[in-house]
Design a protein around this ligand. Structure first.
Ligand SMILES: [Zn+2]
Ligand SMILES: [Zn+2]
Length: 259
């Protein structure tokens, strides 16, 4: 893990974080994210969705059961290719207009944009479907694994693990909490951000000692390839200024807490 930096003969450690879903260390380029991968985020979404459907009775509905089956099939096959399959608003509107707002299969009002084959966002590869026809089409593509399949036991274990989390009376993990997660999520992010900034502060202090200003420090951070809190983009002097200010406040409030 590329999480320490040498300045002269001093070594500085930069904070890394664990995935809230699987407890593995989150890759360097994802920084303050909560999940180590999209599939981990998808698993947690799945657990919370099924927990809430069980609670409020939606679980009895056929369409909800179909959705759950499809969600799990995506997880079992390595995750839904969200980025590749994202359809921009304009394109979505073009497809709806092309099909006069009606499902290409049954003619009822359509709601879902379907990729006819593969992930291409070419207008000719997109059609409008109603939820029921869309689910039916997706379900037909789901492969039912049998004990003879190589991945059978791996997928079975995954399912048992997720079911255990779904059926647990109290949420097993923070990210399983279908009620509080939106709030908890923001809390963890801001807590992690503060810890991350704290771990950068000694480096900033060292560079300040060497007579560098915010602008030069930002340049150094870019040369060192220190990730920003979002994991992408470059450092600018305003960001260094913000860290210095926020750390002062953070330390102050911590000291006050002790007294
Ligand atoms: Zn993970
Ligand atoms: Zn239809």
């Amino acid at each position: 893990m590329n999480n320490h930096y040498c300045l002269g003969n001093k070594v500085f450690h930069i904070r890394s974080f664990k995935c809230v879903n699987c407890d593995r260390v989150i890759p360097w380029n994802r920084r303050i994210k909560l999940f180590c991968s999209d599939i981990c985020r998808e698993e947690a979404d799945f657990v919370r969705y099924v927990r809430s459907c069980k609670k409020d009775g939606r679980i009895e509905r056929t369409d909800v059961q179909e959705t759950i089956q499809i969600m799990f099939a995506h997880i079992a096959s390595g995750g839904y290719p969200r980025k590749e399959r994202h359809i921009p608003k304009q394109l979505r509107e073009a497809v709806i207009a092309r099909f006069n707002g009606l499902c290409a299969i049954c003619g009822n009002p359509g709601s879902d944009i379907d990729h006819i084959d593969g992930n291409s966002n070419d207008l000719n590869n997109l059609q409008l479907l109603c939820r029921s026809c869309h689910n039916k089409k997706t379900k037909e593509k789901i492969k039912i694994l049998t004990p003879g399949d190589k991945r059978y036991f791996e997928v079975l274990e995954k399912r048992q693990n997720l079911d255990f989390r779904i059926d647990s009376p109290e949420p097993n993990l923070e990210c399983d909490d279908e009620v509080n997660w939106p709030k908890v999520y923001r809390k963890i992010i801001s807590y992690r951000k503060n810890l991350y900034y704290s771990s950068l502060t000694p480096i900033i202090d060292e560079l300040l000692k060497q007579g560098l200003g915010n602008k030069r420090i930002a340049e150094q951070f870019n040369i060192f390839h220190i990730p920003t809190s979002s994991g992408h983009g470059k450092w600018y002097k305003e960001m260094i200024k913000k860290i210095r200010l926020s750390q002062k406040l953070f330390l102050k409030s911590n000291n006050k807490g002790k007294i």
